[in-house]
Design a protein around this ligand. Structure first.
Ligand SMILES: [Zn+2]
Length: 218
């Protein structure tokens, strides 16, 4: 591969992006001969939290900005990703949840200009996501996942809602308002854009997508 291949994975919160990412890794290693060291999966949200926690220069800038009530500025995030992309030895970079605003789409264009890139969008209706997580609980004691809304865990622990499920309606509203327009922008700009139904199986998405992008994997 003469250039790194950047895969941007976009979809609503709780729409199963993590599962698509792990399916991509599985197919890349099993069918295309990549090693695990060749692939890296990057969650931009987790990266921001890490920088803030480590109190790096960048982290301080981000924290100051968020204290004023703003989202992390797009240009700072882009700078962070651009440094990371250069540093990484991996050949395939999977970006989870980026770009997620129209402003970030502009930065994204600059970011991937020197690489090969593609966008996977999974279009899951918000109603379906809410329905899916409505009866999802975890055990307070052992953390085991349960598909029921009451009762208790086999370990005796109480079943509670996941922290991120509690704020899911707000996150979904933000997604509709901020991320959907960004998706349309990406599609219209004629990026190497792949659209999948919310009901599509993660493994099928991974296989189909990689087959369509084989030229970037050689
Ligand atoms: Zn338990």
């Amino acid at each position: 591969m003469d250039k790194k291949f950047v895969i941007s994975l976009i979809g609503a919160p709780a729409s199963g992006k993590g599962y698509i990412a792990s399916s991509l890794i599985e197919v890349l290693t099993q069918r295309y001969g990549f090693s695990l060291g060749d692939i890296v999966s990057i969650s931009v949200g987790a990266m921001i939290r890490q920088e803030i926690k480590a109190q790096s220069e960048l982290g301080k800038k981000l924290a100051a900005n968020m204290k004023e009530g703003g989202l992390a500025p797009d240009s700072i995030i882009n700078e962070m990703l651009s440094d990371l992309f250069e540093r990484l030895k991996a050949k395939v970079l999977i970006l989870d949840g980026y770009p997620r605003t129209v402003g970030q789409v502009k930065e994204f264009d600059k970011l991937v200009a020197k690489y090969n890139s593609a966008v996977i969008f999974r279009d899951t209706p918000v109603d379906l996501i809410l329905e899916r997580v409505k009866n999802r609980r975890i055990c307070e004691k052992c953390g085991m996942a349960h598909e029921v809304s009451d009762g208790q865990c086999s370990c005796g622990g109480r079943l509670i809602k996941r922290k991120d499920d509690e704020v899911l309606p707000e996150r979904l509203a933000e997604y509709e308002q901020m991320t959907k327009p960004a998706v349309l922008e990406l599609k219209e700009e004629n990026h190497n854009f792949f659209w999948y139904e919310g009901t599509a199986e993660g493994k099928d998405i991974a296989r189909d997508f990689l087959r369509a992008n084989e030229q970037y994997l050689r």
